[in-house]
Design a protein around this ligand. Sequence first.
Ligand SMILES: *Cc1c(COP(=O)(O)O)cnc(C)c1O
Length: 360
Amino acid sequence: MKRVYNFAAGPSTLPLPVLEQAAAEMCDYRGTGMSVMEMSHRSKVYQDIIDEAEACLRELMGIPENYKVLFLQGGASLQFDMVPMNLLGAEHDLAYYIVSGSFAKKAAAEAKRFGNVIIPASSQEYKFSFIPETTPEMFKTLADYVHITSNNTIYGTRYAKLPETGGIPIVSDMSSCILSEQIDVSDYGLIYAGAQKNIGPAGLTIVIVREDLIGRKEDIPPMLDYKVYAENGSMYNTPPTYGIYLAGLVFKNLKENGGVAAMEERNKKKAALLYDYLDQSRLFKGCARKDSRSLMNVTFVTGNEELDKKFCAEAAEQGIVNIKGHRSVGGMRASIYNAMSMEGVQALADFMEKFEKENQ
Ligand SMILES: *Cc1c(COP(=O)(O)O)cnc(C)c1O
């Protein structure tokens, strides 16, 4: 077996011990004589799996009692609709969307189907190279929520601090940064994340929602209603059973490795290694403004498309793969999620240095 350093933005690399445990348990899960994929979601064995996954996530993130953890499908993109379906118009028929990237823009566009949307700040004119500034005055009119994208996967930017919304609940898309650094869940009304970046396989979406925000609107189709998921322990219908099992293994692995605080420290070191290199490089240039730099997705260019291509191709030969930027922006992007080792990041930095020397 030869594993590469996989810098893919998502689906992305997973911790090897987790994959090994899943492999060992694949055909006979703890003496049940069947794979987790093959078992009823109504069985006691499976109930333990989902309960443990939830308990572990609650512990890792310090999720308060008055928040529900929901396991859904449909990706983060379905939340672009579910959030406004469940929250927009519950009281104010207004939501604010900060547009800091193309996922944020998509989320805002979907919300407009369900009610009034104001975009108080956007960095689109600047190619989303930073998180747009907000002031408390922007949120003067009461609204149901303020939507942000905590980490912008495509552009490599991250909120260093939350907008001051004057008590209006913050809803955040944390698909590419959940569990990467410590946060206070009570600063948010709702957090959602597709699993395939920092949690597990694609097909699972996690929603963490404050109880009082659930069930405030009528006539939502059941599969799109947070209340239905909350009341049925995420098992109104068949949940993505295997994805939840794998997410549980990832949570356990994270806990065994010191939890989110230790992970944050490692992630900051990993990111600093690349940004420090970029800041002194004469060939490569970072794309994100310094005050908005992401810990998870490091975007950079040489300024020459041909050279960018050559870099990606030669990196792949060294087992450094999926380093190409998003198709909409080009250049390079190193996604260094929790499961990417310091060793992998060091290998990339060393390769960048070598490439720079050879291509001056
Ligand atoms: C990947 C990503 C999405 C889209 O996720 P899907 O699960 O493919 O719908 C949305 N928002 C952010 C921040 C992402 O990184």
